[in-house]
Design a protein around this ligand. Structure first.
Ligand code: BES
Ligand code: MN
Ligand code: ZN
Length: 514
C-alpha cells in the first residue's frame, strides 16, 4: 500500500473516495470534481442528522470514484489526531465487505476490486499531524485477526492511497507508516495462539525484524540469564517445557558516536537515552496459583508488552532519532508443573533484592524487575516498561484508559503529555510509600502479592523497588486495553496495540532533560 499526494481533480481516477463529514462544519473540498461534490452534498442532505461519529455511509456511483464513503467525524471543534485516525480507518475498513463480495459473489455481481482509494484530509490540526494520522488510520485498517481460517478473509487489494491535502510531506508519511506498522506488528504477535507464539518464536520474530531494520539483536537463553543472576525472571519459566528467552535490541543513533546500529555503547551511565522493557508472558495460566478456566484462552495476549517493545524498535530503526535506545523483552510461559514455583518460594533477583512469591499468578512483576535491572546495568537513565500487568487496572479504569505510574513526578507528567499527543490513553495512578510498605515480605525483601485492593499500585511498587536513584522511570499497565471484546473503528475486536505510539513518541524525542 503506497501513499501519495492526490489533487482533488484526480479523485475521479480512484475506486473509492473517503470523505470525513463533521456535524458542525462541511469540509467537502471545493476543488473536488463538480459531480463528486454534488453527490456528496446530496448524500449528506439525505442522511441529515445521522452523522454518527465513525458511522460510514457508502454511496455507489455509476462512475469513478465508484464508491463515495462518508464517515462521521464528530464536531470539527473537537477534532483530535485520534479521531482523524479512526475516521480513515473506519472508511478503509468499510471496504472489507466489498473484498468479501469479490471472493464470494458471482463474477457478474462482484464489484470491481478496490485498488486505488483517496482520502480527503482535514487539516484543522495542521498539515503534518493530519497526514500522519491519516496514514496511520489506513494502515490500522489493514490488520485482520482471522489468520488461521482455512479460507483466509481477504483484505481489499488497495495499492495506492491518495491523500487530498494542501501538502503531503514525505516525513509525515514515513512516520505514519512506521507507527502504523509497529502497532500492527504488536497486534499480530499478540493475536497468535500460545502454541505458535512461544518465547522462541517471539525471539525469532525479533531477530528477523532486527535483521531487516539494521538493529543490534541478542537473544539470551536460560543459561546466560542465570549467569546474570535473573532468578526472579527464571522462577516464572521453571514450570514450562518452553525455554525462556531474553531479547535485547539495540539502536545507536546518537550523534558523535557513529551510526553503527549494532555497536555496543558500553555500560556507562547514560549509554542509553531510553530503555524499553516489555513483559512477554506467551501464556499466563497463573502457574500453581492457577486461573479459572473461563477466559483463560485470552491470556495468550500476556506478551503484548514485549511485542510492543519489539515493534517500537522496528519503527525506531526506520525513523532514526539521534538517540541511543535499548529494547528488552522478557519471554516465558507461566505454567504449573512438577518444577514450577510454589507459593512461598523465595528467589534473588538480578538487583540483589530477594522476592517472596506469594502468588505465582503475579508473575509479570517477577520478570519485569530483572528486565529493569538489566536495562539500568546497560546504562539506561530513562526506562519505560510496558506490561499487561494487573486485572486491577482494568477494574479501576475500564476499557478506556491504561495506567501510568513512575517517578520522578515531572517525568511521569511528561510521559502523560507525550502519550496524549501520540493518541494513547494513559491516566496517572498513585505510587506512594504506603504501597511500598504493603509489599514488604516477612521473610524476604519484597513479596509479589499483598491483598486485592489497589493491586495495580502494589504491582508498580514492586517494580519501583529495583529502580535506582536518579533514574527516570515510567510503568505502563495496559491490561485494561490490550484486547477489545468489541469492534473498534480502527480495529476489529481482538488485540489493540495500546502504548506503541507512546513508546515511539518517547523514542523520537531528542535526548535531554524533561
Ligand atoms: N497477566 C495478568 C493480568 C491480566 C489478566 C492481563 C487478564 C490481561 C487479562 C497478570 O499476570 C495477573 O495474573 N495478575 C494478577 C495479579 C494478582 C495475582 C496479584 C491479577 O491481576 O489478578
Ligand atoms: Mn498472572
Ligand atoms: Zn500475566
Amino acid at each position: 500500500m503506497k501513499f501519495r499526494s492526490l489533487r482533488p481533480a484526480e479523485a475521479i481516477r480512484t475506486n473509492a473516495l473517503i470523505v470525513p463529514v463533521f456535524s458542525d462544519a462541511p469540509t467537502i473540498p471545493a476543488a473536488l470534481p463538480r459531480a463528486v461534490r454534488a453527490t456528496t452534498l446530496r448524500v449528506l442532505k439525505a442522511m441529515a442528522g445521522t452523522r454518527r461519529l465513525y458511522g460510514v455511509t457508502t454511496h455507489y456511483r455509476g462512475t469513478a470514484p465508484e464508491r463515495l464513503i462518508l464517515v462521521g467525524a464528530g464536531r470539527h471543534a473537537e477534532l483530535t489526531p485520534e479521531r482523524l485516525r479512526n475516521v480513515t480507518a473506519a472508511g478503509v475498513r468499510s471496504l472489507w465487505r466489498a473484498a468479501e463480495g469479490v471472493r464470494t459473489g458471482g463474477a457478474a455481481a462482484s464489484p470491481p476490486e478496490v485498488r486505488r482509494i483517496a482520502v480527503v484530509v482535514d487539516e484543522g490540526l495542521g498539515n503534518e499531524r493530519a497526514v500522519e494520522a491519516t496514514v496511520q488510520g489506513a494502515i490500522y485498517a489493514m490488520w485482520r485477526p482471522e489468520t488461521h481460517r482455512s479460507r483466509p478473509e481477504p483484505l481489499p487489494a488497495i495499492s495506492t492511497v491518495g491523500l487530498v491535502a494542501s501538502a503531503v510531506p514525505a516525513a509525515a508519511i514515513r512516520r505514519g507508516e512506521a507507527i502504523g506498522e509497529a502497532v500492527n506488528f504488536a497486534r499480530r504477535l499478540a493475536n497468535e495462539p500460545a502454541n505458535l507464539m512461544t518465547p522462541t518464536n517471539v525471539a525469532d520474530e525479533a531477530r528477523s525484524l532486527a535483521k531487516a531494520a539494521g538493529l543490534g539483536c541478542e537473544v539470551l537463553d536460560e543459561k546466560r540469564c542465570r549467569a546474570l543472576g535473573m532468578h526472579s525472571f527464571l522462577s516464572v519459566a521453571q514450570g514450562s517445557h518452553q525455554p525462556p528467552r531474553l531479547v535485547v535490541l539495540r539502536y545507536h543513533g546518537r550523534a558523535g558516536k557513529g551510526h553503527d546500529a549494532a555497536a555496543r555503547p558500553g555500560r556507562s551511565a547514560g549509554a542509553y537515552d531510553l530503555a524499553l522493557v516489555g513483559k512477554g508472558i506467551t501464556f499466563d495460566s497463573g502457574g500453581i496459583s492457577i486461573k479459572p478456566a473461563e477466559g483463560m484462552h485470552r491470556l495468550k495476549v500476556d506478551m503484548t508488552g514485549a511485542a510492543s517493545v519489539i515493534g517500537t524498535m522496528g519503527a525506531v530503526a526506520r525513523l532514526r532519532p539521534a538517540a541511543n535506545i535499548l529494547g528488552v523483552a522478557l519471554l516465558t510461559e507461566n505454567l504449573p508443573g512438577g518444577g514450577a514455583t510454589k507459593p512461598g518460594d523465595v528467589f534473588t533477583s538480578m538487583s540483589g533484592k530477594t522476592v517472596e512469591v506469594i502468588n505465582t499468578d503475579a508473575e509479570g512483576r517477577l520478570v519485569l524487575v530483572d528486565g529493569l535491572t538489566y536495562a539500568q546495568r546497560e546504562g539506561a537513565t530513562r526506562v519505560v516498561d510496558i506490561a499487561t500487568l494487573t486485572g486491577a487496572i482494568h477494574i479501576a479504569l475500564g476499557d478506556h484508559y491504561s495506567g501510568l505510574f513512575g517517578k520522578p513526578e515531572p517525568f511521569v507528567a511528561h510521559v502523560r503529555a507525550v502519550s496524549a499527543e501520540a493518541g494513547d490513553r494513559f491516566w496517572p495512578m498513585p505510587l506512594s510509600d504506603e504501597y511500598r510498605e504493603e509489599i514488604r515480605s516477612d521473610i524476604a525483601d519484597i513479596r509479589n502479592s499483598a491483598g486485592k485492593f489497589g493491586g495495580a499500585s502494589k504491582a508498580a511498587a514492586f517494580l519501583d523497588a529495583v529502580v535506582e536513584v536518579g533514574v527516570e522511570w515510567a510503568h505502563l499497565d495496559i491490561a485494561s486495553q490490550d484486547w477489545s471484546d468489541r469492534d473498534q473503528p480502527h480495529s476489529p475486536k481482538g488485540p489493540q496495540g495500546p502504548g506503541v505510539r507512546t513508546l515511539i513518541a518517547l523514542a523520537l524525542e531528542a535526548p535531554g532533560p524533561v
